[in-house]
Write a protein that binds this ligand. Structure first.
Ligand code: SAM
Ligand code: DTB
Ligand code: SF4
Length: 322
């Protein structure tokens, strides 16, 4: 088994990024094989349970009230609709159902409804994940009691670049939420977005922050920016595909036992780029033709991609809830 380290220096991480591409991918694939079945991918399906009118100012997001993106605001979905979507996701082979809400943080009243959703989806035999914004310690405890398996809360970028992207909450707020999730005994899902205008050093710093947490997140989503008309980042230049693959490979090397998720941005990625991401150690993805408010590849195109690459959807995800 590969040694799991939480003391990566920035120099070490930048040296990994600087490796010849073949050497980097070989190293990442070797580590991947030591810890996972290289031909299995964990699949999660997303549902936006509360869309739009978010008070936060995340400059990439379609759901911020500050961004004029034409998105229709929706109220919290009724439980029956959530159960219907979860059943569809399960029938399509997803093992985890992730519910996202456009909140700065949940109120205790809204959390009651989410608790009911988590319990219902769990009873259907799926793993549960929610992403609701900032979470207090007692709220994390309530979600744990409801049987929540994962909480997603991304660092998004490096601490140094963060202020260019979001001003309504700071990096420490994010780290605090992740500590509450960890301390409650819920699996941590935390990652970031590439293509925000960050430097190569910012990418290395983001991965360093994730890899040097007291315990590695069980799941690290790597999103490519989906440029949304009406947001300040609408005209950002897309990140180079090889640079994206390098980030996946470095994430795999730094966090050998973590599920690295190829997340938003796949609609604009070629099959070849996605194949390289899987070779570099990505072993989780969002399955289903919708992310939260934007499109994801169709289920049939992903089924075709899996068949072409000889990949299989993981049947039951591990690790179990901590
Ligand atoms: N409101 C909650 C929060 O911010 O924590 C949960 C939902 S939020 C949409 C979840 C994550 O989706 C964000 O942290 C960000 O990393 C990712 N995301 C949002 N919009 C995106 C976009 N346009 N492109 C790529 N990733 C995006
Ligand atoms: C994550 O890291 N990516 C997902 C999930 N966690 C919640 C969200 C991607 C959102 C992409 C833009 C949208 O559909 O609104
Ligand atoms: Fe709100 Fe989350 Fe979008 Fe930020 S990323 S604006 S917190 S929904």
């Amino acid at each position: 088994m590969t040694a799991v380290r939480m003391d990566w220096s920035l120099d070490e991480i930048e040296a990994l990024f600087a490796l010849p591409f073949n050497d980097l991918l070989f190293k990442a694939q070797q580590i991947h094989r030591e810890n996972f079945n290289p031909n299995e991918v964990q699949v999660s399906t997303l549902l936006s349970i509360k869309t739009g009118a978010c008070p936060e100012d995340c400059s990439y997001c379609s759901q911020s009230a500050r961004n004029d993106t034409g998105l229709e605001r929706e109220r919290l979905l009724p439980l029956s609709e959530v159960i219907k979507s979860a059943q569809e996701a399960k029938d399509n082979g997803a093992t985890r159902f992730c519910m996202g809400a456009a909140w700065r943080n949940p109120t205790d009243k809204s959390l009651n409804h989410v608790v009911d959703m988590v319990s219902a989806v769990r009873e259907m035999g799926m793993e549960t994940c929610v992403t609701l914004g900032m979470l207090s310690e007692p709220q994390a405890g309530r979600l744990k009691d409801a049987g929540l398996d994962y909480y997603n809360h991304n660092l998004d970028t490096s601490p140094e670049f963060y202020g260019e992207v979001i001003t309504t909450r700071n990096y420490q707020d994010r780290l605090d939420t992740l500590s509450h999730v960890r301390d409650a005994g819920i699996n941590v899902c935390a990652g970031g977005i590439l293509g925000l205008g960050e430097s190569p050093r910012d990418r290395a710093r983001l991965l360093q922050e994730l890899a040097n947490m007291p315990k590695h997140p069980e799941s690290v989503p790597i999103n490519e920016l989906v440029p949304i008309p009406g947001t300040p980042l609408a005209n950002n230049k897309a990140i180079d595909a090889i640079d994206f693959v390098r980030c996946i490979a470095v994430a795999r090397i730094l966090m050998p036992c973590t599920y690295v998720r190829l997340s938003a941005g796949r609609t604009d990625m070629s099959d070849e780029t996605q194949a390289l991401c899987f070779f570099a150690g990505a072993n989780s993805m969002f399955y289903g033709d919708r992310l939260l408010t934007t499109d994801n590849p169709t289920e049939s195109s992903d089924a075709q991609l899996f068949s072409t690459l000889g990949l299989q959807a993981e049947k039951a995800a591990s690790p179990a809830t901590v």
